[in-house]
Write a protein that binds this ligand. Sequence first.
Ligand SMILES: NC(=O)c1ccc[n+]([C@@H]2O[C@H](COP(=O)([O-])OP(=O)(O)OC[C@H]3O[C@@H](n4cnc5c(N)ncnc54)[C@H](O)[C@@H]3O)[C@@H](O)[C@H]2O)c1
Ligand SMILES: O=C(O)C(=O)C[C@@H](O)[C@H](O)[C@H](O)COP(=O)(O)O
Ligand SMILES: [Zn+2]
Length: 364
Amino acid sequence: MHSLRVDLGQRGYPIHIGTGILADPALFAPALSTGPVAIITDSNVAPLYLEALQKTLRKLEKDVLTVTLAAGEASKSLANIQEITGRLLSAGYGRDCTLCALGGGVVGDITGFAAAVYQRGVACIQVPTSLLAMVDSSVGGKTGVNHPLGKNMIGAFYQPRAVIADTDTLDSLPDREFRSGLAEVIKYGLINDQGFFSWLEDHMDAVLAREADALAKVIQYSCKDKADVVARDELEGGLRAILNLGHTFGHAIEAATGYDQYLHGEAVAIGIVMAADLSRRLDLIRESEQNRIYALVKATGLPTFAPAFPIDDYLAFMRVDKKAEGGRVRFILLRGIGSAVITGDVPPAAIAQTLQAFMEHEHA
Ligand SMILES: NC(=O)c1ccc[n+]([C@@H]2O[C@H](COP(=O)([O-])OP(=O)(O)OC[C@H]3O[C@@H](n4cnc5c(N)ncnc54)[C@H](O)[C@@H]3O)[C@@H](O)[C@H]2O)c1
Ligand SMILES: O=C(O)C(=O)C[C@@H](O)[C@H](O)[C@H](O)COP(=O)(O)O
Ligand SMILES: [Zn+2]
């Protein structure tokens, strides 16, 4: 097992990454409040891992309630916050309860938000089971739900008490979901870890084959890169926005397509390719660097072109992005591989050219 820490003083917490650790009560015990536990999970994950987690918690003599949401992004809704909190109230759960998010980023984001608002805040443990959740969403305390008008528009920063990532659960993760998680992994290399990006270029075959050593390195490096950024800027006053590379375009793609055609990581992959294109148009990176980025995304089997919509539709979704300031959309762009810049100083014509280029055809 490998453990690291998100260094946030009193709100700091451990991230445990390893095989078989879902069955280890000793990892859960320090993060639990004194009262009962509610496991929030989804309809795909429940048949696979719910029993194992229930067993672990019962060894700690915990009463356990389970809320199983329908799998998929549509479950990240305010209606399900009502459902979860209603179940907790009906069961008489008080402020001493703990919510355990067992699943991917959807379950993690909604459970974290439910924990933030239920009786003004109860303990939360993230038990990520998708690659994306292990490398990104379970860490850092961004919680929330979607609104039809925009992705993640309702939420809170609320840190978990612990992240417990049992990599054995990835054995059952469908290939498309696995690749989706790799988009966020590539992101870390691009924003602040040039060596990791090069390593990914050299080892993508091993990663895609889910070789244990390669997978362990991917998860450990990603969690460390994310924990470092979060520790320096928990509430996204500035620096943390670099974790949003590819998301200004990506979230617009998700929202424009009703959240059900592209997985989050797929939309982010297209967004990364677009951000690289925009960076090159503004002479921030060389064409050779743009080509490397495109090649790695492509080698990962992720999509690199966006569905065709009127540019104004994309721009309208991009304007609701939370990074916008004074009505001006801000982008995370690249100054090289391993170096990101946050800027609102982007000519509208360049944004339109990038959108056009990646809607019309695949980049050669
Ligand atoms: N809070 C953050 O910092 C943050 C970061 C990145 C993404 N996100 C959010 O995370 C969500 C995407 O997360 P995701 O990709 O995990 O999606 P997801 O939660 O929908 O999980 C992906 C799919 O895989 C299934 N699944 C999960 N684990 C499995 C397993 N071990 N075996 C078999 N099937 C399994 C799920 O049921 C689902 O169908 C988006 O809503 C995105 O906005 C949040
Ligand atoms: O943790 C962060 O900060 C991120 O931006 C991580 C992203 O991968 C994630 O998709 C996040 O939910 C996006 O946040 P948002 O603030 O743009 O909604
Ligand atoms: Zn993301």
